[in-house]
Design a protein. Structure first.
Length: 256
């Protein structure tokens, strides 16, 4: 989940850059391991190359006027990967905080995390909370890091909290609806993603933002994540701008 130490994010975005740009973009950064294996390299080198791609995309997203960028950095299922690979990914998290967070803060980017916090190693949780605390008052692009995240787990945790409030009389059973459930999700303070991008040619959500993706547009890129660059992101935005978003109705609606 490392982000660049030189984002170059401007507080002012030219109006022309925003035309056709989704307000909230979510990305499944897939294909690091396959990128490396295809080059005869260790999988960890793919993750290292993925960091470079992440730097490009964060910088370009801010330049284009994206307000919220959500990155699927580490799923709850990723703990099943080889211990050495998991350890390397945790090292990337630590380097994000130790090396890049000050620059993120200077560029007015707000960092927040979605995902299961209970049971996380205290040192990992401390790093995440440090980043959130430092950038909480920033007003630029919001960078949402989905860490130890699974969509079904998120929904289950939300329903559990909602059920507890119903049992305690905080919420009346007849008031439980889609809106009330949404308020208990990790993303309660965020709009649903307008565009979900997945790299590496796979065409599935993989347990990512299951509730929030109800009316999202999808864009599947054949490129592995380390090869996904500014031009690829612009192509995704062009495809998004050409979509007719009706949200179940008969006429297009503008989400922004």
């Amino acid at each position: 989940m490392t982000v660049t130490a030189d984002l170059g994010v401007s507080a002012q975005v030219d109006a022309g850059e925003r035309i056709g740009v989704p307000r909230h973009v979510a990305v499944i950064m897939d294909g690091n391991g396959r990128w490396a294996v295809g080059r005869g390299l260790p999988r960890t080198e793919g993750h290292r190359a993925g960091v470079a791609a992440l730097r490009r995309i964060v910088k370009h997203s801010a330049k284009r006027g994206v307000e919220i960028l959500t990155l699927f950095s580490f799923s709850s299922e990723n703990w099943n990967r080889p211990p050495a690979e998991v350890g390397f990914l945790m090292g990337l998290l630590e380097r994000f905080v130790r090396r890049d967070l000050a620059e993120i803060h200077r560029q007015n980017v707000r960092v927040t995390m979605i995902g299961e916090r209970e049971g996380l190693d205290p040192s990992i949780l401390g790093l995440i909370e440090e980043g959130e605390a430092l950038t909480r008052e920033n007003t630029g692009m919001t960078l949402v890091v989905a860490f130890n995240y699974g969509g079904r787990n998120e929904i289950a945790r939300a329903v559990k909290r909602l059920a507890a409030d119903v049992a305690q009389g905080v919420v009346a059973p007849q008031d439980v609806n889609e809106d009330s459930i949404s308020r208990y999700l990790d993303t309660a303070a965020l709009p649903d993603p307008d565009l979900i991008i997945r790299t590496s040619g796979e065409q599935r959500l993989s347990n990512f933002l299951l509730w929030q993706a109800a009316y999202s547009e999808f864009y599947f890129a054949d490129l592995h994540w380390p090869d996904f660059d500014e031009c690829a992101l612009d192509s995704a935005f062009e495809a998004f701008a050409a979509r007719d978003r009706r949200f179940g109705g008969l006429s297009a609606k503008v989400a922004r």
